[in-house]
Design a binder for this molecule. Structure first.
Ligand code: NAD
Length: 489
C-alpha cells in the first residue's frame, strides 16, 4: 500500500507558498485505483503571481546577468541532487503514471539527469558571441536569453520533459514557470525542493500543476516570452494558436506513430530484441514508441511468430515491482481509448496475434495486455493514429521502396528505425525518411543531438546545441570599420 502524499503549498518564485485558489488535484494510482496524493491545483491568480515573479527576476534580477559560471554552478547543484535522489524520483513517477520501475530508473530519472548534464556541457562551450565580417562592416552577433519561459509538460515522461526545457532555459539565463500535468504532479514537488536547495535566486522558477483551463491561461499570459510545450497534437495546435496572438516564441514536441522497418537482410534475433522494448516502451505511452513494425513479406511468418512470442512473454504487473516490463496505463480514460482502438483494429480486419484485453490475474488497475496486430494496412486507424497504449501493428511490404513509402505515409515524423545486416544500407534508408530522429540497428534518443518532429510531430527542436539555442535570441551589433567585439560570454 503506497502512503498518501499531501502537499498544501505551491512552489512560487523559489519558495513554497499558500495557493491563492482552493482547488485540489487528487492523484490516483493506476495500479490500485486508490488516491495516492493530494496537491493544490494552481489558479489563474497563482499564474499571475508566478509570471510576475519570473518577469521581475528576468527584467531586474541577478539571474540573467550572473556570470555563466555561477548559473552553471547552481544548475549543477540541481543535477547533483537529482543524481542522489534518482530512485525516489523514479518511484514517485511510477506510482503516478504506471511506468515500470526499472524503466523509470533508466529513462525517467537517469534520463532526466543526463538531460541536465548534457545541457551543462553545451552551455559551457556555447558560442554566445561571435565576431563576424559583415557585408558592410564588422559585426558582433550575440545570443541573449529569450526571457520568461512557460514550460508545459505531459504525464508520460514528466522529469525528462521538464529537464529538456528547464535545463536550457535556466542555463541560458531565462526564468521559468513549469506546468506539470494533473496526472503526475508529485515528482515536480521533489524537483521544486531540489531547485530551492540549489539556491536559485528569487523568482527564477515556479512549479504550477494545473489542468487545461489554467494551463491555457499561462500559455496566453502577456508576461511569458516563450512557450515550450510537450504533449498531444490537438493541444499543441491550440497552444500555437494562443501563443501566436502575441507572437510568443514557441517549441512544440508532439506525438508520433513511428515505424521500425525490418529489411530483408535483418537478423531475426537482434531485430526482435531491439524492437520489442522500443515498441512497448513505457506501456506504449511514449512519443517515440516504434508502433508500426514493417516486415518484408518474404519473412513475414517468422517475424510475426517471434514478435508474438516476445510480446506475450512481457511481464505485466505492478509498476513498482522491479520485474515488471509493462505496467498499467495512466488513467481509466487511456485504457478505454486503447480498448476502443483495439476494437477498431478488429473491425477494420487486422489480425489479433496476441493480447487485446485485460491481463489475467490483474482485476484492478488500468491494464491492457501487450497487444500485437498482424496483417495491418497502413490506412487503418490503428496504423494512422497515436494510440498511446501497448498496441503494436505489423505491416507487410513488398520491396524497399514500398517500405520507405509506408514508413513516410504518416501525419507524424518523430522517430523511426531500420534493422538490417548492412549498416550502410540502413544509413541510406534513414536518409529517405522524413522524421526528426532515426536509428540504425538500435533505438535511441540522445541528449546531445537535436530531437523533435517533422510534420505534425512538432515545431523546433530540443536537446543538443540546437535545443539550447531555442532559449536564446540572436542580436546583431553593427560596428564601425576597424572594430571587433571581444567574442566573450
Ligand atoms: P496533452 O496534450 O493532453 O497535455 C500536455 C500538457 O498540456 C499537460 O500538462 C496538460 O495539462 C496541458 N494542457 C492541456 N490542455 C491545454 C491547453 N489548452 N493549453 C495549454 N496546456 C494544456 O498530452 P498528454 O496526454 O499529457 O501527453 C501525451 C502526449 O504527449 C502524446 O501525444 C505524446 O506523444 C506527447 N509527447 C511528446 C513528446 C515529444 O518529445 N515529442 C514527449 C512526451 C510526450
Amino acid at each position: 500500500m503506497t502512503e498518501l502524499v499531501e502537499h498544501g503549498e505551491l512552489f512560487i518564485g523559489g519558495e513554497f507558498a499558500e495557493p491563492l485558489g482552493d482547488e485540489v488535484i487528487e492523484v490516483v494510482s493506476p495500479h490500485t485505483e486508490q488516491v495516492i496524493g493530494r496537491v493544490p491545483h494552481a489558479s489563474r491568480a497563482d499564474v499571475d503571481r508566478a509570471v510576475a515573479a519570473a518577469r521581475t527576476a528576468f527584467d531586474d534580477g541577478p539571474w540573467p546577468r550572473l556570470p555563466l559560471a555561477e548559473r552553471i554552478a547552481a544548475v549543477g547543484r540541481i543535477k547533483d541532487a537529482i543524481a542522489v535522489r534518482h530512485e525516489e524520483l523514479a518511484r514517485v513517477i511510477s506510482s503516478q503514471n504506471g511506468s515500470p520501475y526499472s524503466w523509470s530508473v533508466l529513462a525517467q530519472a537517469l534520463g532526466a539527469l543526463m538531460v541536465w548534464d548534457a545541457h551543462l556541457a553545451i552551455a559551457r562551450d556555447f558560442p554566445y558571441e561571435e565576431s563576424r565580417d559583415g557585408a558592410l562592416g564588422p559585426l558582433l552577433v550575440r545570443r541573449e536569453p529569450v526571457g520568461v519561459v512557460a514550460a508545459v509538460v505531459p504525464w508520460n515522461v514528466p522529469q525528462f520533459t521538464a529537464a529538456a526545457k528547464l535545463a536550457p532555459a535556466l542555463l541560458a539565463g531565462c526564468t521559468a514557470v513549469l506546468k506539470p500535468s494533473p496526472e503526475s504532479p508529485l515528482d515536480s514537488w521533489l524537483l521544486a525542493g531540489i531547485a530551492r536547495d540549489a539556491g536559485l535566486p528569487e523568482g527564477v522558477l515556479s512549479v504550477l500543476p494545473a489542468g487545461r483551463e489554467v494551463s491555457e491561461y499561462l500559455v496566453g499570459h502577456p508576461g511569458v516570452d516563450k512557450v515550450s510545450f510537450t504533449g498531444s497534437v490537438a493541444v499543441g495546435k491550440r497552444v500555437m494558436e494562443v501563443a501566436s496572438r502575441r507572437l510568443a516564441r514557441l517549441t512544440l514536441e508532439l506525438g508520433g506513430k513511428s515505424a521500425a522497418v525490418i529489411l530483408p537482410d535483418a537478423d531475426l534475433e537482434s531485430a526482435v530484441a531491439g524492437i520489442v522494448p522500443a515498441a512497448w516502451m513505457n506501456n506504449g505511452q511514449a512519443c517515440v514508441a516504434q508502433t508500426r513494425v514493417l516486415v518484408p513479406r518474404s519473412r513475414y511468418g517468422e517475424f510475426a511468430e517471434a514478435l508474438t512470442a516476445a510480446a506475450s512473454a512481457l511481464v505485466v504487473g505492478d509498476p513498482l515491482d522491479p520485474a515488471t516490463q509493462v505496467g498499467p496505463l495512466v488513467a481509466r480514460r487511456q485504457r478505454r481509448r486503447t480498448l476502443d482502438y483495439i476494437d477498431s483494429g478488429l473491425r477494420e480486419g487486422a489480425k489479433l496475434l496476441t493480447g487485446g484485453g485485460r491481463p489475467a490475474g490483474l482485476e484492478h488497475g488500468w491494464y491492457v495486455e501487450p497487444t500485437l496486430f498482424g496483417e495491418v494496412d497502413n490506412s487503418m486507424r490503428i496504423a494512422r493514429e497515436e494510440i498511446f497504449g501497448p498496441v503494436v501493428c505489423l505491416l507487410p511490404y513488398g520491396d524497399e521502396d514500398e517500405a520507405a513509402r509506408i514508413a513516410d505515409d504518416s501525419d507524424y515524423g518523430l522517430s523511426g528505425s531500420v534493422w538490417t545486416g548492412d549498416v550502410e544500407r540502413g544509413i541510406g534508408f534513414a536518409r529517405r525518411i522524413r522524421t526528426g530522429s532515426y536509428s540504425v540497428n538500435t533505438f535511441g534518443l540522445d541528449m546531445l543531438g537535436p530531437f523533435g518532429g517533422y510534420k505534425n510531430s512538432g515545431v523546433g527542436r530540443e536537446m543538443g546545441p540546437e535545443g539550447y539555442g531555442a532559449y536564446l535570441e540572436h542580436k546583431t551589433i553593427h560596428l564601425p570599420a576597424g572594430h571587433r567585439g571581444d567574442g566573450g560570454n
